[in-house]
Design a binder for this molecule. Structure first.
Ligand SMILES: [Zn+2]
Length: 306
């Protein structure tokens, strides 16, 4: 005996023998049984979780005297699932914390719920299960949101054009960033940038790509250029003898933008180089010392973009 099955789509004809038909029948029967069992447990659970509903009443009627036992069984099953879920939420939270610290992001204020694995006890009630599930749901939502935030901030950080290119060829530092004795007043003063020795006319390079936002002659900075690199990061190049860019120009990383000079408040030909993050001067060395821990620190000090 053979059954013929016509496959319309491919236009082919297939024949199935009795063994194959039996095989398929067994598979379908198993699927139905599994589905049935799954539905049976799903209905039982619904009834137990929501005893005041119609499903609850139905389940109560079905199991009759066994209600207490069924109830406890279902609560125990749920408790195990809640326990597993809780472990996964904790894992997600610790992953979030680790990512935050690796990305150098500032600690997020509203930390997720208090940790500690909850161990299911013997007499758990449906009410306690409800509240546990509610709190877990809340923590999972918050955790997902935090991870999305971290991901977004990390992406932004990856694309910040950090000023890591040395602005002069011969990077001989004549004065580092920080407190120093001012060469003009002889008093202690904050040096907001880094000074590189050079000869008049030596090229000055953009430390990163960006837009020229200022080209000016300043009484102290002399001929100067400001580049906006985005995300609140600016670099400033001062005391130049010549400037080769205009305000509004887009510049590439490493592009020649000016020439070393001795204009403004300067005691000799040099480049005064500043890195500003949200208007606050940073130690340029942390950016220029490319790669490794130094760059990490520089990235970390930027913190979360606003
Ligand atoms: Zn200086």
């Amino acid at each position: 005996m053979q059954w013929m099955i016509v496959n319309d789509a491919a236009g082919r004809v297939r024949y199935l023998g009795p063994t194959q038909v039996l095989g398929w029948a067994v598979i379908v029967a198993l699927l139905c049984a599994t589905l049935g069992a799954g539905m049976y447990h799903a209905v039982l659970r619904l009834g137990v979780l929501y005893p005041e509903t119609a499903v609850g009443a139905l389940v109560h009627q079905l199991v009759g005297e066994d209600w207490q036992r069924v109830l406890q069984e279902q609560v125990d099953v749920l408790a195990r699932e809640v326990g597993t879920l809780q472990v996964r939420v904790l894992q997600m939270e610790s992953l979030g914390q680790r990512l935050e610290s690796q990305a150098g992001l500032p600690a997020l204020q509203d930390r997720l719920g208090v940790g500690g694995i909850w161990v299911p006890g013997p007499a758990l009630s449906v009410a306690s299960m409800h509240s546990l599930l509610d709190s877990l749901r809340e923590r999972a939502d918050t955790g997902t949101q935090k991870l999305a935030d971290i991901d977004g901030q990390w992406n932004v950080m990856q694309h910040i054009p950090l000023p890591t290119q040395h602005p002069v060829e011969q990077a001989v530092v004549s004065s580092p960033f920080g407190w120093r004795i001012d060469p003009f007043t002889g008093r202690s003063a904050m040096h907001q940038g880094m000074d590189f020795r050079g000869a008049v006319g030596d090229p000055i390079f953009a430390a990163a790509g960006g837009v020229i936002v200022a080209r000016a002659h300043h009484p102290e900075y002399g001929h100067m250029v400001d580049i906006d690199h985005g995300e609140g990061i600016h670099t400033r190049y001062a005391h130049a003898s010549a400037v080769f860019v205009q305000q509004g120009d887009l510049v590439r990383r490493g592009q020649k933008i000016a020439a070393v000079g001795n204009t403004g408040r300067s005691t000799g030909p040099h480049l005064h180089f500043e890195v500003l993050v949200d208007g606050a001067a940073q130690d340029p060395e942390r950016f220029l010392a490319q790669g490794g821990a130094a760059l990490q620190t520089a990235v970390a000090s930027i913190g979360a973009p606003k």
